[in-house]
Design a protein around this ligand. Structure first.
Ligand code: TXA
Ligand code: MG
Length: 368
């Protein structure tokens, strides 16, 4: 399939592009588009055959349901059997924005979207291009992240092109996504709402509106629990190189670990804050074997750059990636959730003054 690539300019010409993109979606084709979180792969959410094309393009397992995107609060009603007070309060506070609500579904939502569950996930994105596209389509737009299943989500149109060229009808280039991590998913069907996936709307922001919010225990990586968002059970966001995440006090050992790995002859990728990056690159030992990816200073910058940097490591292919863990406050909870998954839960901590790995054993170069 020939994939059209259309750059959005923030001028009148965008309207023509939107009409052409909406025509593809109305004809049952798939179009990639920007949102404030990550790029999405959109199709008519009420058309099972169109939705099946999304699963085919991504190589996504059928048991993983999709989010329906709308561009007007009132468009949630026909998709559900009714909204409780918690759902209404969350919409009021955070829509449009990076929050997805799981609600009991109505009969018009196809099983292909909900993966046979009695619920549907709905989101009203704040990105203006996403809103224009959904409005032009005149239907709810089913859209997962626009990556091949298992890869980090794309946060710019070039990364979408890399994964989806030849597989979808068109890609809309709306520049970089501001937030950079997928939306927060909250199950509103329980008496106390549950965070199924942390994201841009933080735990702290949710408790401020709702009082009490729970976090799905499966998010802590405990294999005794099955995640309630089917998508959270898959190995995700994973770069091709082996990755280790240094958490808590272990993070201060990062420069030493990097040096040991270099001395052991490894090509080392390092994902870290600006201050550590500066220290590492000043080191005279730094050779062509050291690939430093700095995310900047704040947790927001880390969120915005994480997937791009992980995908970049798939281009440079170091032998090993060492990543600096961060605090779990605010968007840090979502960042750490994605980093732990990217590392396949190879989490390094300090125990009795020694580095140790939560699962499995430490590689040779980390043992002093
Ligand atoms: O920010 C986002 O949410 C992006 C942009 C494109 O909007 N979309 C996105 O979609 O991340 P996706 O398909 O990659 O992730 C959707 C997540 C999956 O973990 C899925 O299992 C969960 O939401 N989900 C969808 N419907 C659900 C439902 N009815 N019950 C529980 N979890 C659900
Ligand atoms: Mg995804």
């Amino acid at each position: 399939m020939q994939t059209c690539y259309w750059k959005l300019q923030n001028n009148e010409q965008d309207q023509e592009v939107m009409v052409k993109a909406a025509a593809f979606i109305q004809a049952g084709e798939v179009v990639a588009f920007p949102t404030e979180t990550v790029y999405g792969l959109g199709a008519n959410g009420l058309n099972s055959e169109a939705v099946a094309k999304i699963f085919a393009a991504k190589g996504r397992p059928n048991d993983n349901p999709l989010i329906l995107h709308i561009a007007d609060v009132k468009d949630v009603e026909p998709l559900t059997t009714g909204l409780n007070e918690n759902a209404k309060a969350l919409m009021q506070a955070f829509w449009p924005g990076p929050l997805t609500l799981v609600i009991n579904k109505s009969e018009i939502v196809p099983d292909a979207v909900s993966a046979g569950l009695p619920t549907v996930a709905v989101r009203f994105p704040s990105n203006k291009f996403a809103q224009q596209l959904i409005k032009a389509c005149g239907c709810p737009v089913a859209a997962p992240s626009a990556n091949i299943s298992g890869r980090p989500s794309p946060t710019n149109a070039q990364d979408v092109w890399e994964d989806m060229q030849g597989k979808v009808a068109a890609i809309l280039d709306g520049g970089n996504c501001g937030i950079g991590l997928e939306s927060t998913v909250v199950d509103t069907t329980e008496p106390v709402p549950v965070i199924l996936r942390p994201g841009g709307i933080t735990y702290e922001m949710l408790t401020e509106v709702l009082g009490a919010v729970e976090i799905d225990p499966a998010l802590q990586g405990d294999s005794n629990y099955k995640p309630k968002a089917p998508g959270m059970k898959y190995r995700h966001y994973a770069p091709k190189s082996a990755m280790y995440l240094l958490e808590g006090e272990a993070a201060s050992c990062l420069p030493q670990c990097v040096e040991n790995a270099l001395n052991a002859g490894k090509r080392v990728g390092v994902l870290c804050s600006k201050s550590i990056a500066q220290a590492l690159t000043q080191n005279d030992n730094a050779s062509g074997n050291l690939l430093v990816a700095s995310w900047g200073e704040s947790l927001e910058e880390l969120a915005a750059n994480l997937f791009y940097l992980l995908r970049d490591f798939d281009r440079t292919m170091p032998d090993v990636i060492l990543a600096e863990g961060v605090s779990e406050s605010g968007i840090g909870l979502a960042v750490m959730n994605r980093m732990r998954k990217a590392a396949g839960y190879q989490i390094v901590t300090v125990n009795n003054g020694e580095l140790s790995l939560k699962v499995g054993s430490l590689p040779e170069f980390m043992i002093k």
